[in-house]
Design a binder for this molecule. Structure first.
Ligand code: V47
Length: 354
């Protein structure tokens, strides 16, 4: 059976077969991924009304790709008070936000209570708001810094009102590349262990992959297969999010960047490889909105959300610092031939905009 027949017959692919997908031409790959996407979601494209909050950029870890954390390239440290965080939440809720996506740097000065207290206060004031917070990298940092087990941190998150976990901190699982990118941060096995433990609590999360820097195609496929393996056990991942590397203001020396074709191939291949993860998110912040709209024809069924403010990737050059207006977002999806469907954070459909 050829590789194409295997994909059409919905058979699971190996590492070698995943790598071989990259040798197919873009349109064949697009057709294969689109068939899977259309079988599951037709022309529906999901988004939510969310707000990103990054409460501190003070970080104990050093990741070469990061332009967000305070460093000698970015000397402006900040840490928000709970009052500041709550006032952002209140103003976003007033504008219709239904999810707060809260991700911080690994701040060694503020203690676990600074993290957890913020979640508790948000939930006390806005009990119906979905709090998506704490990457596995943050959880590992709190565990190391304060001598807590992963279980203890995760239990505190549940008790403090965190509803789901974002997919950040996964970067690339290959140990050699990871050591080069972000030595000392959560390891690949630990990242997977933390998500497994979260899923075992009946909770859901996402998974990212940072690509387009020093990794190879084989590393990307390996990353996907490690996620697929955990998903077979837990079923707790909602979405896979390939994050396109942004190059400005950081310490990673990359000279060759992926072409639009390579990015679209990666979306399509992730749709094909990850047969057990429901959604592929083309995060418009790193793909650029135009490529994210095209990615809808290459396997992606989700475009994340309106965001309102974005600090991590915009620090590294992405055009996303002010988010996107709801009307603009809906129009763009409609005009690209898809039906925008507002979803909640766990992918329940809320509103069709057809
Ligand atoms: O893990 C840091 C990435 C991530 C750069 O779960 C960079 O729904 C590109 O995880 N170029 C955090 N990326 C953001 C994240 C995320 C985003 C949207 C949705 C969800 C979700 C999760 O940002 C980090 C890191 O991989 N990042 N620097 C950079 N220069």
């Amino acid at each position: 059976m050829t590789l194409i027949e295997k994909v059409k017959n919905q058979q699971r692919l190996t590492q070698e077969e995943g790598e071989a997908l990259y040798d197919l031409d873009l349109y064949t790959l697009g057709e294969l991924a689109d068939e899977i996407r259309q079988r599951r979601y037709g022309k529906r494209s999901y988004f939510n009304i969310n707000r990103h909050i990054n409460p501190t950029n003070v970080c104990a870890d050093i990741c070469k790709f990061c332009a967000y954390s305070a460093s000698r390239k970015n000397p402006n440290q900040y840490t928000m008070s709970h009052e500041e965080i709550l006032s952002i939440v209140a103003s976003s809720v007033a504008k219709g936000a239904k999810e707060m996506h809260i991700v911080s740097a690994h701040n060694p000065h503020d203690g676990v209570e600074w993290y957890m207290g913020a979640f508790r206060k948000i939930k006390a004031k806005f009990p119906h708001l979905h709090v998506k917070a704490m990457t596995a990298a943050e959880i590992d940092f709190l565990s190391r810094e304060y001598g807590l087990s992963y279980d203890e941190v995760l239990d505190q998150m549940v008790q403090s009102g965190v509803d789901s976990m974002p997919g950040g901190g996964a970067e690339i699982f290959d140990e050699e590349v990871r050591a080069y990118l972000c030595k000392g941060k959560v390891t690949s096995d630990q990242w997977l262990e933390i998500h497994q433990k979260w899923h075992e609590r009946g909770r859901q999360s996402n998974a990212t992959m940072l690509f387009g820097h020093v990794e190879s195609r084989a590393h990307r496929i390996d990353h996907m297969i490690r996620l697929r393996r955990l998903q077979d056990q837990t079923g707790g991942f909602n979405a896979f999010i390939p994050l396109v590397y942004q190059k400005d203001n950081n310490f990673l020396k990359v000279t060759e960047f992926p072409s639009g074709q390579e990015i679209l191939k990666t979306y399509a291949i992730s749709r094909i490889m990850l047969d057990n993860i429901p959604h592929i998110k083309a995060y418009w912040v790193t793909a650029s909105i135009n490529l994210a709209l095209i990615a809808q024809e290459f396997g992606a069924d989700d475009l994340d959300g309106t965001i309102e403010k974005e600090s991590i990737q915009s620090a590294a050059g992405a055009q996303s610092s002010q988010g996107m207006s709801l009307e603009g977002f809906i129009d763009l999806i409609k005009n690209s031939g898809f039906t925008p469907v507002e979803r909640d954070s766990l992918y329940h459909e809320l509103k069709y905009h057809d």
